[in-house]
Design a protein around this ligand. Sequence first.
Ligand SMILES: *Cc1c(COP(=O)(O)O)cnc(C)c1O
Length: 460
Amino acid sequence: MSERKQHKIMLTEDEMPTRWYNVLHDLPTPPPPVLHPGTGQPVGPDDLAPLFPMDLIMQEVSTDQYVDIPEEVLDVYRLWRPSPLFRAHRLEQALDTPARIYYKYEGVSPAGSHKPNTAVPQVYYNAKAGIKKLSTETGAGQWGTALAFACSQFDVECEIWQVRASYDQKPYRKIMIETFGGTIHPSPSALTEAGRSILAKDPDSTGSLGIAISEAVEVAAKDPTINYALGSVLNHVLLHQTIIGEETLLQLAQVGEQADLIVGCTGGGSNFGGLMFPFLRERWAGAMNPVIRAVEPAACPSLTQGTYAYDFGDTIGMTPLMKMHTLGHDFIPDPIHSGGLRYHGMSPLISHLYEDKQIEAVAKPQSECFAAGVLFARTEGIVPAPEPTHALAATVEEALRCKESGEEKVILTALCGHGHLDLAAYDAFLSGTIEDHDWNDANTQASVAAALEKLPVLSS
Ligand SMILES: *Cc1c(COP(=O)(O)O)cnc(C)c1O
């Protein structure tokens, strides 16, 4: 008989953390300000008021170390939180590695990903401010589902623009969003000026997150009763996601472990930031010293190949300018299966930490990622969303390195969503039709170079 293994490390509802951690309080150097696209001056709260409620604007700029989670939000969180931390014994065994692998599983949420962690407070603060309707974009459909769910909890309407490539690949997301009461359109659409201008140039556009953001922002900017909600990138979004890392710290302490390496997938950086910010705090306090590694898709490598510059968050150029690693706001990435990672830019906070060498980054081609996803499904029994298979590919790589060296490293990763509505992507992988796009091919390099030429020029 083998020794009995503990797979799940659980917290009770009473043990759930009741505040979010604000990394801005502890950053070694302050991040560059967000700029107004017209004046080039730092934006003030009033500039953001047409899109966001004041509570969220204040969270965006606050340097308080902690923010108390409102009771109404905690109550919805408890529908699925605290989420489990798993020790991946069976994956370790298959890899024959001395490394100990832990994954924090966010697929237990109503949307099947980490996105409701921020959707719920965003809708709560909007409802509190009297907003009746929210508009947003969604890539793979995770964010749209999360926002539609959260809107159903606080009686707010929800209108969503989904990137065309994903809208066609993942029809079940639309049904789920409609089940939660949301309205959904493929983007680019003929419903907005932004969408019509893209369609005029390319009627068959597969869309991009940047275009969908332009459409959703336009709708909110034009109507004072409608606000906009963003599912990643912004400081307040990453703040809300820190519930992931705070729970994980408690769970690892429960089994007497410390992470040596933390890996997470990065689209806009929210699940990765949410997991690792509390660990950074502990590292800065001298309590632990994990290496922290972001994993991005080789087809959209904003951190490892992008330029660190001021750029728009959307394609048309309506948002404030953020200093971030970017491939250029009108770069349209290949329609890879990880729709949630197809974004031209990276969270300013993550970009700043990367520039400051607090974190590392690697890029992975999707075939390697799906291979890791399939291995994970066959060992741990969860089919991962395509996005976190990037983190799993880097986890497998590191575990195999440990096998070579004999190192007993503790690897921590976020399994930020399940792939139950992404099975067409697995079908493509299993039938051998997944392609890896070479970042260095002439067409890709030309389109990035063209997009980077359109970075906004700042008059100083
Ligand atoms: C949205 C999403 C991502 C990408 O967004 P981040 O802000 O980088 O976390 C990754 N994985 C899943 C499952 C998602 O839904």
